[in-house]
Design a protein around this ligand. Structure first.
Ligand code: NDP
Length: 329
């Protein structure tokens, strides 16, 4: 028997979450069974636990949790053996497949990544999908020419998961980081992660009035989308890139094409879900070298399975600071 957070749906389409005892026979089919040690709470987990499963969950009962780290217990795949430490993000695990909010998970071997040397399963989930995606964003910006010394790099939704990890990585790599937040009280936290400038959300979340403004930012990791992304495009330096990661502020993009045409600005789409294995390995390796573990620890808020429904609601309301680590041991 093991414990899991199980979400059911009643006849009125209302979701109910409860910690239940399950058996290994309850788990879906897969090549590898993992004893999950840690999981986390990402924005998407909030959606999956919320009304109608955020439109992401297909079948009930469902075990959410879009990422987890743990130890292989049984494997039908030659790439993994009992005792191996693994991490999983993406592949719609926790959405259409059962995820990490249980002490056991059964998944396809193709979805796993061996835990890199130098990272514990707890640290891997302090990073989680949010931090992994922040790493992919920094890699994409650098692949498009970003280097320290070009000017400030903007991080939007900075006190959230993606934003916190992006801030810490960029600062560690020698970038000047301008952190956008709607929560004034997070200033000390963001400066502790290495931000040198705090930009109030209200400076950037008004609709675009002029397609081009002063050239302020050498790069941007954007977790917010909507009006803010549209505004930021018009403030990028010539030839600079924006990594579009999230939609915490909206899925629309009420922008003009002028920044692309007159300033050669690049809008880079970042998807963490379907990343090929080699790129996942590269990103996890970069996490080990580019993210200082003391900064990561400063972001962590510990939690248990029982805390998850409330944390899901909190993250959708933009009220979670940094990274939640769910202990399943
Ligand atoms: P968090 O909730 O932890 O962070 C989002 C942050 O955005 C909040 O903390 C808040 O930061 C800010 N924010 C919230 N609401 C608004 C608003 N209405 N207007 C402006 N800013 C707002 O979520 P995550 O970091 O886990 O995820 C961030 C986004 O990235 C989500 O949209 C998520 O779906 C997406 N994502 C995408 C991935 C991909 O593969 N592309 C992978 C992972 C996440 P503050 O209080 O500092 O202003």
């Amino acid at each position: 028997m093991f414990k899991a957070l199980v979400v059911t749906q009643d006849e009125d389409g209302k979701n109910h979450s409860q910690v239940q005892e399950l058996t290994l026979d309850d788990l879906p089919a897969g090549d590898v069974t993992v004893a999950v040690e840690y999981s986390t709470v990402n924005y998407k987990d909030g959606l999956c636990m919320g009304p109608r499963g955020g439109g992401l969950v297909r079948n009930y009962p469902h075990v959410p949790g879009i990422d987890f780290a743990g130890t292989v217990e049984a494997s039908d795949d030659p790439r993994y053996a009992p005792g191996d430490k693994v991490v999983l993000t993406g592949w719609r695990v926790g959405e259409v497949h059962w995820g990490g909010y249980g002490q056991k998970a059964r998944v396809k071997a193709d979805w796993l990544v061996p835990l890199p040397e130098g990272l514990t399963t707890r640290q891997a989930m302090a990073v989680g999908t949010a931090g992994f995606t922040a790493m992919l964003s920094v890699m994409a910006l650098e692949d498009h020419g970003l280097a320290p010394g070009q000017g400030p790099v903007l991080v939007t939704g900075a006190a959230g998961g993606v934003g916190s990890v992006a801030t810490a990585i960029l600062a560690h790599k020698g970038y000047e980081v301008a952190a956008v937040t709607g929560r004034e009280e997070t200033e000390g936290y963001l400066k502790g992660l290495g931000a040198t400038q705090i930009v109030p959300r209200s400076d950037l979340n008004e609709t675009v009035k002029r397609p081009l403004e002063s050239e302020n930012w050498a790069g941007c990791v954007d977790a917010v989308g909507g009006d803010m992304l549209a505004r930021v495009l018009g403030q990028m330096k010539y030839g600079a890139s924006v990594a579009a990661v999230g939609l915490a502020g909206g899925a629309n993009l009420p922008a003009t094409v002028i920044p692309f045409l007159l300033r050669g600005v690049n809008l880079l789409g970042i998807d963490s879900v379907m990343q090929p294995f080699e790129n996942r390995q590269r990103a996890w390796q970069r996490v080990v070298t580019d993210l200082p573990m003391d900064k990561l620890e400063a972001m962590v808020r510990p939690a248990t399975l029982d805390d998850l429904p409330q944390l899901g609601a909190d993250i959708l309301a933009g009220q979670v600071q940094g990274r939640v680590v769910v202990d399943l041991n």
